[in-house]
Ligand binder design. Structure first.
Ligand SMILES: Cc1cc2nc3c(=O)[nH]c(=O)nc-3n(C[C@H](O)[C@H](O)[C@H](O)COP(=O)(O)OP(=O)(O)OC[C@H]3O[C@@H](n4cnc5c(N)ncnc54)[C@H](O)[C@@H]3O)c2cc1C
Length: 220
């Protein structure tokens, strides 16, 4: 089963990430962190479904996506060029990362999107206590929703930039040494999402520090 939606507006969140606001199809609901297959309902694009994560609140009357454009002529670049009124289709949501209780979210780049959905839901319900975020990007200009995370999590969020040094952003990689310095309890939940290389490196480092592999939630 899939759903028809209309693009209502889009705006830049960073230099290559846009926020898309869609009409909410009747009967469409999701659990924060779930993904959907999104299709542009135009000739030539209907067979090109791609997975994205709703970042709106489950009770919002619209559906929001936060999408990074790749520079080649793929679906994300096409999405970034769409005008309001464009027709889109959404699949039934499917499970990716599910919240299982307080812990630390560790994201690389656009891998933050399931955590945006989960953290917004926790913030709305006043349940952010015990949660932290470590968010890795190449440069400060790539950080999605930085102000929102700083507001909601305060000193429980850390930003790491691998390519440049900047105020408020540590010029580091998330490796075993970094995690040992910044995390005090490896028995808690860890939620990791990002590109495959990032995911492998971070989960290997966490396991090396004694984190319970059951507590590591991978993007599938
Ligand atoms: C469950 C899930 C949820 C996701 N949620 C989100 C989300 O909320 N927001 C988000 O931004 N992303 C999300 N993603 C990632 C998103 O699905 C991909 O970015 C998207 O599918 C890319 O589509 P595309 O057609 O633009 O690129 P594709 O053509 O599918 O290409 C994908 C990959 O191939 C490379 N590539 C292919 N062709 C070229 C070329 N000619 N030149 C250069 N590079 C090339 C790209 O760099 C990229 O690594 C999610 C992924 C999954 C699995």
């Amino acid at each position: 089963m899939d759903y028809e939606a209309t693009l209502l507006m889009s705006e830049f969140v960073t230099h290559d990430v846009k926020r898309f606001v869609l009409s909410r199809p009747d009967g469409f609901s999701f659990t924060p962190g779930e993904g959907v297959e999104l299709t542009i309902d135009e000739p030539g694009w209907r067979d090109a479904a791609r997975p994205f994560t709703p970042t709106s609140l489950t009770e919002d009357r619209v559906v929001e996506f936060t999408i990074k454009a790749y520079p080649h002529e793929g679906v994300t670049q096409k999405l970034h060029g769409l005008n309001p009124g464009a027709a889109l289709r959404l699949s039934k949501p499917f499970g990716t990362i599910r919240h299982r209780g307080p812990g630390i979210f560790i994201a690389g780049g656009a891998g933050i999107t399931p955590f945006i959905a989960i953290l917004r839901d926790l913030a709305r319900r006043g349940k952010l206590a015990g949660h932290g975020l470590i968010f890795s990007n190449k440069t400060p200009a790539d950080i999605i929703c930085e102000k929102e995370f700083r507001h909601d999590l305060g000193d429980r969020c850390r930003f790491v930039c691998t390519a440049t040094a900047a105020p408020g952003c540590e010029h580091r990689r998330i490796d075993e040494a970094y995690l040992r310095e910044t995390v005090d309890d490896f028995g808690q939940n860890f939620y990791v999402c990002g590109p495959p290389g990032f995911l492998e490196a971070v989960t290997a480092a966490l396991k090396g520090l004694g984190a319970d592999p059951q507590a590591l939630v991978f993007e599938r």
